[in-house]
Every structure is written in structure tokens, then in C-alpha cells.
Design a protein around this ligand. Structure first.
Ligand code: HEM
Length: 132
């Protein structure tokens, strides 16, 4: 919990460098292939969606945004669960076949999400009760 901001920012910068490596090294700036991949290849679409969800989180990972957004900040940062699931599926689909590595990392992701499930459930219940 102490390092979650740092971990989140590292995840975001990993994804940005990963995208840059793909555009520069793999595609050599070919915008046509990039666009085709972005509109036709499911795992690229999911990767881009994950990165898009991480962007507002990276931009608001500072004390100023926390103060400005107040309770909305917490709600916004729940997008991290969506980003994690999308990135997990993206990673899984980037392999052409089922293998030990993807199965291991998907299981780890499932475990982390399961560990957070009670907290998420409690927070949703509390909000529901507040609205009544
Ligand atoms: C949160 C965002 C993302 C995460 C966590 C992520 C993670 C990963 C991981 C772990 C792999 C497998 C290992 C590797 O080849 O590096 C992978 C593969 C891949 N990703 Fe991503 N990715 C993300 C977003 C993107 C985006 C935005 C693109 C491009 C638009 C992309 C393109 C690719 C490609 C082309 C591969 C396959 C590489 C190969 O065939 O060797 N990813 N991704």
C-alpha cells in the first residue's frame, strides 16, 4: 500500500515505453499499419484501452489533484481495476497459444483482484446505503 503511487506510475511509464517500442522499432513509424492494428487486432485494441484508462490516473497521481477532486479522486482511480483486467487479457492474447507464462500471470492478477474484492464490495455497499 505504501508504494502504490510509485507502482502505478511505473506501470504507466512501462506502458508508454512499450507503446513507443512498438511504434518505433516494430512499425518504424508506419501510421497506416498502426491504424490498421488499432482497428483490427483485438489484443492491440485492449492494450490501447488499458493505456487510455491509465492516463487520467497518471495525470492525477499528485496531492493537488487529490485535493481538487476530493471523493471523485477515489472513484476515478477505481479505473485501475479495469486497466489491470484489460492489460491482463491483452497480455494473454499477445501469445498465439495458451502457455505457462500467461497462465501464471493471469492467475496472479486474479488473486490480486480477489484479495481486493471484499474492500470493493464494502465500499460499494457503503455508498449504496448512503444514497438511501
Ligand atoms: C497498460 C498497457 C499495457 C500493458 C501492461 C502491456 C503489457 C504487455 C506485455 C506484458 C506483453 C508481453 C511481453 C512483451 O512482448 O513485452 C505485451 C505484448 C505486446 N503488446 Fe502490450 N501492453 C500494454 C499496452 C500496449 C499498447 C498500447 C500496445 C500498442 C498499441 C501494445 C502492443 C503490444 C504488442 C505488439 C505485443 C506483442 C509483442 C510480441 O509479439 O512480441 N501493448 N504487452
Amino acid at each position: 500500500m505504501r508504494f502504490r503511487r510509485l507502482t502505478g506510475l511505473l506501470a504507466f511509464f512501462y506502458a508508454v515505453l512499450h507503446l513507443a517500442a512498438y511504434v518505433v522499432l516494430d512499425l518504424q513509424f508506419d501510421v497506416g499499419i498502426f491504424w490498421r492494428d488499432l482497428t483490427h487486432r483485438t489484443f492491440i485494441i485492449l492494450g490501447m484501452a488499458a493505456l487510455t484508462l491509465l492516463l487520467p490516473l497518471a495525470l492525477t497521481s499528485n496531492r493537488f489533484s487529490m485535493k481538487r477532486l476530493k471523493r471523485g479522486w477515489k472513484r476515478l482511480h477505481r479505473l485501475v481495476y479495469g486497466a489491470a483486467i484489460l492489460a491482463g487479457i491483452h497480455f494473454f492474447l499477445s501469445f498465439k497459444t495458451l502457455n505457462g507464462t500467461s497462465a501464471l500471470y493471469l492467475s496472479l492478477l486474479a488473486l490480486v483482484l480477489l484479495a481486493r474484492a471484499p474492500m470493493i464490495w464494502i465500499s460499494f455497499r457503503r455508498k449504496g446505503a448512503g444514497r438511501l
